[in-house]
Design a protein around this ligand. Structure first.
Ligand code: UDP
Length: 310
């Protein structure tokens, strides 16, 4: 069956990669974006496709349209972006989720929420399983995003329990790849852009904090598998379990680009999680999903992309 998919944040990094996959499946896509952090250039190549519609819209305002699947991807996701206007970030998670859930309730659409590993905060268990409730500071500089996404999950389950809305929740771990904003301030984009431009590579703190980086194509496979699943609501972790320190990432980027850039150390921002790694057993059990692209391979593809945009 061919679907009419609404993708909020469809001109962002993940949203535009998702639009492409859905269009390649021959489905219809309505893309919403307010261009706060997304870019029209990410969807330019789809504008001639009759199955693609682009609407400038901010999901903190209601919208009336017809669709049978909603992917709620809209929200600034890099720390400098979501901290630039934290109240707006919270509104996007709370009002945005309520508007999209209301739309799902009226249309009967299945709706997927792009949640995040940030719901685990600075985790006290390792690797993180979905059953872990997290260790989140409610009043820090990351809270607008972390707590916003946590409320998003609450709203999804309340709409499901109270109104039988057909929900899916994924928790996305650090993701990189083509169409990532080169200046969004995240570690993979920062390091690659700095390396390509011969600028200093900025490690925050001593670089011993870890992250697990997944290539975007793996994530998109997980998102569509989740949406196509008729019974499993989640929340489910979608991330690559390969865990690296930020210092190791810097070394990999230096080696892969052959840059002469030197590594410098800057202050660690507050509430920066020390360790992060997904436990993927639930995704494997319910979706048969696991990431396929290791960091070394994905970094080379990402470097090729960033060469074309910086
Ligand atoms: N980071 C860094 N240098 C940078 C950007 C980020 O060392 O130029 C660190 C950051 O402090 C964090 C990790 O890299 O420990 C991942 O940061 P990112 O903003 O990519 O994502 P998040 O913290 O949300 O996982």
């Amino acid at each position: 069956m061919s679907h009419v998919n609404l993708v909020t944040g469809g001109a962002g990094f993940l949203g535009s990669n998702l639009c492409e996959r859905l269009l390649n499946r021959g489905e219809k896509v309505i893309c919403l974006d307010n261009y706060y952090t997304g870019h029209k250039s990410n969807v330019q190549e789809f504008l001639d496709n009759p199955n693609f519609e682009l609407i400038r819209h901010d999901i903190t305002e209601p919208i009336v349209l017809e669709c049978d699947r909603i992917y709620n991807m809209a929200c600034p996701a890099s720390p400098p972006h979501y901290q630039r206007n934290p109240i707006k970030t919270m509104k996007t998670s709370v009002l945005g989720c309520m508007n999209m859930l209301g739309l799902a309730k009226r249309t009967g659409a299945r709706i997927l929420q792009a949640s995040t590993s940030e719901v685990y905060g600075d985790p006290l268990t390792h690797p993180q399983k979905e059953e872990y409730w997290g260790n989140v500071n409610p009043i820090g500089i990351r809270s607008c995003y972390d707590e916003g996404k946590r409320v998003g999950e609450t709203l999804f389950f309340d709409y499901h329990r109270q109104h039988e809305v057909d929900i899916r929740i994924i928790r996305i771990f650090n993701t990189y790849g083509p169409k990532m904003d080169p200046f969004d301030g995240r570690v993979v984009s920062n390091f690659i852009v700095q390396a390509l431009k011969g600028q200093d590579i900025t490690i925050y703190g001593d670089g011993s904090q870890t992250r697990s980086f997944q290539y975007v194509d793996d994530l998109i496979n997980g998102i569509v598998a989740m949406m196509d699943n008729d019974t499993f609501l989640g929340p489910v972790n979608l991330g690559n379990p390969g865990e690296f320190t930020i210092k190791e990432l810097a070394e990999k980027v230096v080696a892969a680009t052959g840059t002469g850039s030197k590594v410098i150390y800057e202050d660690l921002p507050s509430d920066d999680p020390m360790r992060r790694k997904p436990d993927n057993s639930l995704a494997m059990e319910h979706l048969g999903w696991e990431p396929k692209i290791p960091l070394d391979e994905g970094l080379l593809k990402a470097i090729e992309y960033f060469k074309t945009v910086v």
